[in-house]
Design a protein around this ligand. Structure first.
Ligand code: FDA
Length: 443
């Protein structure tokens, strides 16, 4: 049952759904805007996050993994290079600025960027409600039928059965991606998605149960990282990498290709016809999808070769292969049936774990939006129509705003699910929200 609203003064200008880097960047834009106004009323914003505290892909915080985006594409710098929410200000506060510079890299450790995100999130903690999983968004109709607000209902993940409903003039949906499990496979005690890699592997290592073999399915960055991590974590185990390709494909991070992540590239992509959009995605897929950093590819190859020379091969690559079946094994573990595609020959690998590094998919925004989703316009391919300002196009009677961050690759291109433009996108949404509110005030 929905909780009643806390009162008419509880209308928020913006409610954010999800508090990952996208809505964190937006919250900082709002905070800086309100700070500029001083004692003025400012924007009333609240961000709802289902986790109990800030966390960014915690399951993949591998000790030596680095960011795949420059630290200058942090939460603020491309929007406001003088912001004190920048990665450099974080480093200065931590007393590591000069030490970081001496490394001569643009790409910090993933763990360090997580620490930076958490530091920024802590500074805007007054704008966030954690343990709040949004379960529905309902349009609120005025007497004349206009939908000028939404009721956003969240369940309290720390108190079963408790829900809160809040009212907002705009919502910013940034729920991220969810782990993809290929059809025919299911997650079990011994079959994990790589998003759970660190807690599961640490648990196993701490349990003292000997690990003899780990199988990793996939050929992208997460797969290669999982192979490398498991090989280091279980020094007695064989680690088998299974994928359909012949070999890992290197990520294209060359300067001209990298421009596909520029804010201007979003303009070009947005205004292009559908077939040009598709060709841009196809041409530049190798900047992001199913690709691996060259350094990691070379390091894995070197390790495999060293083992070959030494006569003890713990690292194995089953290429041009697919996992055909996974069966629980009596006494624990799984039997993984792997088929070599050219000959259809099968082998059974008895393993202690199968890690599915099989990617992520956008979360289903439509089912969350429910009745509000029915007010959204769709394109010929049934995808939600989204304006350049990230605002969903709706039927005319809706004056409340729905903004999407992520899940907009069909309109805004490859950066939709990435970090490259979070700062700039936050500014675009912020300005659009302000313009909408100004329009309401003068109407
Ligand atoms: P993100 O997924 O980070 O956050 C969404 C939040 O919404 C989560 O906190 C979730 O709990 C919450 N949520 C979901 N449903 C909810 C609900 N119903 N109610 C309330 N809260 C809800 N990109 C890049 O550009 N450079 C990089 O180096 C990397 N590195 C990288 C490493 C790994 C291991 C992964 C898996 C991904 C990356 N990425 C990346 C891509 C990655 O998607 C991107 O960095 C950000 O996580 C996108 O931020 P968002 O805030 O949009 O989603």
């Amino acid at each position: 049952m929905k909780s009643p609203l806390t009162g008419s003064d509880a209308v928020h200008d913006v409610i954010g759904i999800g508090f990952g880097p996208s809505n964190l960047a937006l919250s900082i834009a709002v905070e800086e805007h309100n700070a500029r106004l001083g004692a003025g009323p400012g924007l009333r914003a609240l961000f709802l996050e289902r986790q109990p505290r800030f966390g960014w892909h915690r399951g993949m915080l591998i000790d030596d993994a680095t960011m795949q985006v420059s630290f200058l594409k942090d939460l603020v710098t491309l929007r406001n290079p003088t912001s004190d929410y920048s990665f450099l200000c974080f480093l200065r506060e931590r007393g590591r600025l000069i030490d970081f510079l001496n490394q001569k890299t643009l790409f910090p450790l993933r763990m360090e960027f997580h620490e930076y995100f958490a530091w920024a999130a802590e500074r805007v903690a007054h704008l966030v409600a954690y343990d709040s999983e949004v379960v529905s968004v309902d349009p609120v109709r005025d007497d004349d039928g206009t939908v000028s607000r939404f009721d956003v209902t969240s369940r309290d993940t720390a108190r079963p059965g408790a829900t809160v409903t809040r009212r907002a003039r705009n919502i910013s949906v940034a729920m991220g991606l969810e782990p993809h499990v290929p059809p025919g496979l299911e997650l079990t005690e011994h079959v994990w998605h790589n998003s759970e890699l660190i807690p599961r592997a640490t648990g196993l290592a701490d349990s003292g149960v000997p690990v003899r073999r780990a199988v990793v399915l996939g050929a992208g960055q997460s797969a290669a990282e999982a192979v490398d991590y498991l090989h280091r974590t279980f020094p007695e185990a064989e680690v088998v990498s299974v994928f359909a390709k012949y070999g890992y494909t290197p990520a294209d991070d060359s300067p001209f290709a990298n421009r596909i992540f520029d804010p201007e590239a979003v303009d070009v992509y947005f205004s292009a016809p559908a077939e040009v959009k598709q060709s841009l995605l196809d041409y530049h897929r190798s900047t992001n999808y199913s690709v691996v950093d060259m350094e990691l590819i070379e390091s894995l190859y070197a390790t495999a070769y060293q083992e070959k020379v030494a006569g003890r091969e713990r690292l194995r690559f089953l290429n041009v292969s697919r996992v055909r079946a996974v069966d629980p094994r009596a006494g624990g573990g799984v039997d993984v049936a792997v088929e070599f595609l050219p000959t259809a020959e099968r082998q059974i690998l008895s393993a202690d774990m199968l890690v599915l590094a099989t990617g992520y998919r956008p979360r289903d925004v439509t089912s969350l939006l429910g009745a509000a989703g029915k007010l959204c316009l769709r394109d010929d391919g049934d995808a939600i129509r989204v304006g350049r300002d990230h605002r969903v196009e709706t039927v005319p009677e809706v004056t409340a705003g729905i903004y999407l961050q992520g899940g907009t690759e069909h309109t805004h291109g490859l950066t939709s699910t990435l970090l490259s433009t979070v700062a700039v996108r936050a500014e675009e949404i912020h300005h659009s929200v302000l313009a909408g509110l100004a329009g309401l005030a003068t109407a």
